[in-house]
Design a protein around this ligand. Structure first.
Ligand code: CTP
Ligand code: CA
Length: 239
């Protein structure tokens, strides 16, 4: 399209973006979910397309309309998202993990709807850990010796043991990704996080190469454009 032609920084590059919040099924009608709207991830996919890339969007549950004209894979659970991301990323130049992946899932999914019964105890849900998809994809890339830029997203809060930046740097190291886009979350009215569902965002883009964190502030689309600009710059440096 016209936008892609005007801005060809990522022409010929394959970009895979995950977005939205995973849902972990308890039974055929119930799930454990999270408040991710998917807006930031979708904005990243649009920014990549505007930069001329060939984009695959892997979407878990999102609260907004999915973009037209982008190769789309819809998933529900973390395990489904992992399978889709593994298969799409084998040929990707860039992988952006903007999805809010559930850290835990129920240890089993009931085949039939869970019933209330007067003659038995109330149910207890046992959770098991989901795989760390991002760390796994970094390991896959390294094992294959692939040239691939991998970008994580994180929402962090500081506490008495460290600031947002300390936790973010530690997470970047732990995950092994190239860039980590961090937003500082604070409690909002009613105990909800300020950034969920909002149209604007304030982030720091951390780089594993140790260079100064880059601040980006604005609408989620402006933040996505700044992330994509940094990605394009990194690809340029590495090519
Ligand atoms: N992520 C992932 N697989 C998971 C959890 C998270 O791939 N099971 C990815 C997210 O998509 C994001 C990044 O890892 O890009 C950071 O997510 P975050 O929840 O901040 O990291 P966690 O390792 O789960 O740490 P925390 O205990 O702070 O939630
Ligand atoms: Ca997590």
């Amino acid at each position: 399209n016209a936008v892609a032609a005007a801005d060809p920084r990522l022409r010929g590059k394959r970009v895979v973006v995950t977005a939205g919040g995973t849902r972990e099924a308890l039974d055929p009608v119930r799930y454990l979910g999270n408040r991710s709207s998917g807006k930031q991830g979708i904005a990243v996919a649009l920014a990549a397309r505007a930069a001329g890339a060939e984009v695959t969007l892997i979407a878990a549950h999102v609260e907004v309309a999915l973009p037209q004209g982008i190769d789309l894979v819809q998933v529900e659970s973390a395990l489904e998202l992992q399978a889709a991301a593994q298969s799409a990323s084998s040929t990707a130049d860039v992988l952006v993990m903007a999805a809010a992946v559930a850290d835990f899932r129920p240890d089993h999914t009931e085949g039939a709807k869970i019933k209330k019964r007067d003659d038995s105890a109330d149910p207890v849900i046992t959770l098991v850990r989901n795989p760390d998809i991002l760390a796994g994809l970094v390991a896959d890339r390294n094992a294959a010796g692939r040239r691939q830029l991998i970008v994580g997203f994180a929402a962090e809060t500081g506490d008495d043991r460290g600031g947002v930046l300390d936790y973010a740097r530690a997470k970047l190291e732990r995950k092994g990704c190239d860039l980590l886009v961090v937003n500082q979350v604070g409690p909002g009215a009613g105990g909800q996080e300020l950034t969920f569902g909002q149209d604007s965002n304030e982030v720091l883009i951390l780089d594993r190469d140790g260079s100064e964190p880059l601040a980006a502030l604005g609408t989620k689309q402006e933040v996505a454009n700044a992330v994509m600009a940094r990605i394009a710059e990194k690809l340029g440096v590495e090519n």
